[in-house]
Design a protein around this ligand. Structure first.
Ligand code: FUC
Length: 348
């Protein structure tokens, strides 16, 4: 009989007097997925190599490092991924002012978002073995309704990581969660030699606050064309004359193929295919990662621009220009789950 996926719980450290736990799943191939209860953060994704294992996501030594900078390294994002103009949401004709955490904008759920919460973590059983359940009652973040949130993290026997977000609210509210995973599949400090494919013919036009204007721009003949596997270093170099000096953009994905995006490293031969049930993907190439604000393990206590790449599946909302929140609305008592999957491939 095939060996089932095994889960274990251990103590990680303490954060502001709270015990932070690490929960891990390992399958028979030797792939491990670990999470921290701080921020429902993906701490490690280890894949087998010829000589041992290789961690393909960015992480820190300590819990406190995760909240010491504005980069949300591998953390759960909610209630709403991305930017809400002026921090105002409109539901049923009523405007709610959310706390703002980026000038006048509310970014990634605001100052009390999912990432800054300590989650209840436990190992649960599924047909193929153990899984990780993170749960939390989200209140006091300024959004309407108390929201009971569960995120189920699974690892399949054939190396597919699943993330399922399930929430119910006591009042009509908005829900557009994602996971802010920074991948680096290689052994070098940056993702410059890695290849990216995104199944998107358009990006969203953004205003000076990075809020969608409602217009879409075709990617053809621009550095945003990742419809075929494209070298990231070359693409980033083409963005050198922009203030961002890299990518921080919203792709409108076609959902006609199983995968919306695929990242691969020609040298380690590791790749990750991303499956999503949503129509948007934010890509951020860690352009502004700072040396002294970041204590990343990969670069032994510092941060480097382009050290990783985030590919954040989410629902596109017209919230920017038109204040139309219908796409991300979650009605009182309604359950509308979202799933993200990472298909891992590697050569031993
Ligand atoms: C992405 C970007 C933001 C922000 C964050 C850390 O979601 O869109 O600009 O810097 O990552």
């Amino acid at each position: 009989m095939m060996q089932k996926v095994r889960g274990i719980v251990s103590d990680f450290d303490e954060y502001q007097g709270h015990k932070i736990q690490k929960l891990s799943l390992t399958n028979a191939n030797g792939v491990t997925l670990s999470l921290l209860t701080l921020g429902a953060t993906i701490y490690e994704i280890m894949v087998p190599t010829k000589s041992g294992t290789h961690n393909i996501v960015l992480n820190y030594y300590n819990s406190k490092d995760y909240l010491a900078n504005p980069f949300y390294v591998c953390m759960a994002i909610g209630r709403t991924a991305g930017r809400i103009m002026a921090g105002q949401i409109v539901l049923n004709g009523q405007t709610t002012q959310l706390p703002q955490n980026e000038g006048t904008t509310t970014l990634h759920g605001g100052p009390e978002g999912f990432n800054s919460q300590i989650w209840q973590g436990k190992i649960i059983q599924t047909a193929t073995g153990d899984a990780i359940e993170m749960s939390h009652l989200q209140t006091g973040d300024g959004y309407p309704g108390e929201m009971q949130v569960k995120i189920i993290y699974t690892l399949s026997p054939d190396d597919v990581i699943g993330i399922k977000y399930i929430a119910t609210s006591t009042a009509d509210t908005v829900f557009n969660p994602t996971q802010h995973v920074y991948f680096n599949l290689g052994r070098e400090d940056t993702i410059a030699k890695q290849m990216l494919k995104i199944n998107a013919a358009h990006i969203q036009e953004l205003d000076q606050n990075k809020i969608p204007t409602g217009k879409q721009i075709p990617v053809k003949h621009t550095p945003f064309d990742f419809q075929q596997p494209t070298n990231l270093g070359k693409a980033i170099a083409e963005m050198n004359n922009t203030t961002e000096k890299g990518f921080d953009d919203i792709f409108v994905v076609n959902q006609d193929q199983k995968l919306i995006a695929e990242l691969s490293d020609p040298k380690t031969k590791i790749s990750v295919g991303i499956e999503s049930d949503r129509n948007g993907l934010v890509m951020f190439t860690a352009n502004s990662f700072t040396h002294d604000q970041m204590n990343l393990i990969r670069t032994k206590g510092v941060g480097k621009p382009y050290e990783g790449i985030t590919l954040e599946p989410q629902t596109l909302s017209k919230a920017g220009s038109t204040r139309d929140f219908s796409a991300i609305e979650l009605k009182k008592g309604e359950e509308k789950p979202y799933t993200i999957k990472y298909h891992l491939h590697y050569k031993k």
